[in-house]
Design a protein around this ligand. Structure first.
Ligand code: NI
Length: 494
């Protein structure tokens, strides 16, 4: 029997991603992921003071504003000729603010956006919001172990609050920190701030080591078939992230399906538009030349996301890409973390290309970042510079590429007559949840869904588990809704 199903929205928060799947004899034969709202920040930024990009792009998203603060600051640094001049304290405090957001985001993702696909909260607390409505599926963890996971759902809320407090010590507030600016940061280190940051960080590290990672392992053991589900395109991309005085924590690189690493060059990025609601005249351009021109009447278009490609290839971005990229480039700490976890699960590196592999990579990455943050705190030097002075140039160009919790994020800007002439943003979710490109290649999430066996088409647990493992952020990828839209669709949030 052939049937088309639509899950809209599929994301628990972070905007609206729609998934449409054609299922024939219980197997997904066709899949489309669609961002159903328009973002348009690129248009808002035209003609503004270049420094505004650092404030305004944070408003793209309340979940990942720190990623946009960082990418826009790098972008402006380059356009203003400041790249390479940022003081060590500035680099470290930028990284500590961003690191705090990483930890909050990864814990949010596992416990509050994904775990309810595996944990039977209703079985423990009954039919209470926010645990219903939901898809009825194979909830395999039972009894005391299940009740424990539900308790951790609550505990994780408190830990996330501590992450936000930690971010605010240097960043002023969350969301939309005020300290990461072009040239460095506006808040310097003091003994008092370092101590306040450290005790929270140690409590968060304890949670990651003794709760988050063991919970991911417990779920992995109960759902081991999900190491075989949602393999995806197997080509991974990392821009590299956390710029420290000693270099980058996450190495840039492109990893091919046979696990060979290639040097990353930003000139190889293009954005296809054939299946997106944007003018075809910009299709295939590098974001340093591209524009955002909405065109709502396009026959083959089905998404407000563009289709970023690397040398024309579909790539997956995110914790899996970063961990595997560092792993194949010989990073000793990542190799130890990954090998130890895979050993406990009795799985090989190939198993990482899966629903559970993405959750495991994210949990290990939380540990890597949290442990590294202790070293960054210790490297701070109270009283030394935190920022360099800057002047708006008559003209200039910049690119700010970094790694958001969800994957590679990039901002591109051209300055003309001391104003923004052109601005482009490519979010991680655009890489992962892109529609088909000009060569009709499905996007990374679409590829991960294709061929999946669905047990019950009224409760397509397999599909939501695959999509949510990518941690999509649609708020980042799209924005604004036309008041003239004639139909919003039927929403069933599950
Ligand atoms: Ni976001």
């Amino acid at each position: 029997m052939r049937k088309k199903i639509k899950i809209d929205p599929i994301t628990r928060i972070e905007g609206h991603l729609a998934v449409e799947a054609v299922i024939d004899d219980g197997v997904v034969k066709d899949a489309k992921t669609a961002g159903t709202l328009f973002r348009g920040f690129e248009i808002i930024l035209r003609g503004r003071d270049p420094r505004d990009a650092n404030r305004l792009t944070q408003r793209i998203c309340g979940v990942c504003p720190t990623a946009h603060a960082t990418a826009s600051a790098f972008c402006i640094d380059e356009a203003f000729g400041l790249a390479g001049k940022i003081p060590d304290n500035g680099k470290l405090i930028r990284a500590l603010i961003f690191g705090a957001n990483f930890l909050q985001s990864h814990i949010l993702h596992f416990y509050h956006l994904a775990a309810l696909d595996y944990v039977d909260a209703v079985g423990t607390v009954g039919d209470l919001a926010p645990f219903v409505p939901r898809y009825e599926g194979d909830y395999r963890v039972t009894g005391k172990a299940n009740a424990e996971l539900v308790n951790h759902y609550i505990k994780a809320l408190d830990i996330r609050r501590k992450c936000q407090e930690m971010l605010s010590i240097f960043g002023g507030k969350m969301p939309h920190n005020v300290a990461i600016v072009p040239g460095g940061v506006t808040e310097g280190p003091t003994e008092d701030k370092i101590t306040n940051f450290l005790w929270r960080l140690n409590e968060i590290r304890d949670f990651i080591n003794n709760t988050y990672i063991p919970d991911v392992i417990a779920v992995a053991k109960a759902y081991s078939d999900y190491f075989e589900i949602g393999k995806g395109c197997r080509r991974l991309l990392s821009y590299g992230g956390f710029d420290l005085p000693s270099g980058k924590l996450f190495k840039a690189g492109v990893v091919s399906p046979d696990l060979k690493s290639e040097v990353f060059a930003k000139e190889n990025i293009t954005e296809d538009l054939k299946h997106s609601w944007y003018a075809d005249s910009d299709s295939g351009k590098n974001p340093a030349q591209g524009q955002t021109q909405p065109e709502l009447k396009k026959e083959k278009a089905y998404s407000f996301l563009k289709s970023p490609r690397y040398k024309g290839d579909v790539c997956e971005v995110g914790p899996l890409a970063r961990m595997v990229s560092n792993y194949v480039q010989g990073d000793a700490k990542v190799k130890e973390l990954v090998d130890s976890l895979l050993g406990q699960l009795g799985a090989g590196v190939d198993a990482l290309f899966s629903v559970l592999g993405r959750h495991a990579a994210r949990a290990l990455e939380a540990k890597l970042v949290a442990d590294s943050m202790v070293d960054w705190l210790e490297a701070l030097k109270p009283g030394e510079p935190i920022i360099v002075e800057s002047k708006i140039p008559e003209q200039g160009e910049g690119a700010g590429l970094t790694e958001a919790p969800r994957g590679a994020v990039g901002h591109w800007m051209t300055v003309k007559d001391r104003k923004i002439d052109r601005y482009q943003v490519i979010t991680p979710t655009a890489w992962n949840a892109s529609p088909r490109d000009d060569k009709n290649q499905p996007g990374a999430v679409e590829q991960a869904i294709l061929g999946t066996k669905v047990g019950d088409i009224d409760n397509p647990c397999e599909l939501v588990r695959i999509v949510r493992a990518f941690d999509p952020c649609l708020a980042c990828s799209v924005h604004l809704l036309s008041a003239k839209a004639d139909k919003l669709g039927v929403f069933r949030v599950v």
